[in-house]
Design a protein around this ligand. Structure first.
Ligand code: SF4
Length: 72
């Protein structure tokens, strides 16, 4: 799994950082979230999907990979 944060949509609310601090961090300066792991270890997939579902701005993008289905 690969995950991105759409910087133009992120409003720094930080829900993703709260849900999965192992993957999401605030950037210094802008305070927008960014992803610090690539690819995402399987152990964090569920939390990343939760972050994508709960991000109020739909800024967390789960990149599809062939052969793997995610329920976002
Ligand atoms: S939950 Fe969404 S809007 Fe909030 S910090 Fe994370 S990516 Fe940005």
């Amino acid at each position: 799994m690969k995950v991105e944060v759409n910087q133009s949509k992120c409003d720094t609310t930080g829900l993703c950082v709260k849900i999965c601090p192992e993957v999401f961090r605030f950037q210094e300066g802008s305070k927008r979230a960014t992803v610090i792991l690539d690819p995402i270890p399987v152990v964090y997939w569920e939390k990343c999907l939760k972050a994508a579902r709960e991000c109020p701005n739909k800024a967390v993008i789960i990149q599809k990979q062939p052969g793997i289905e995610y329920k976002v």
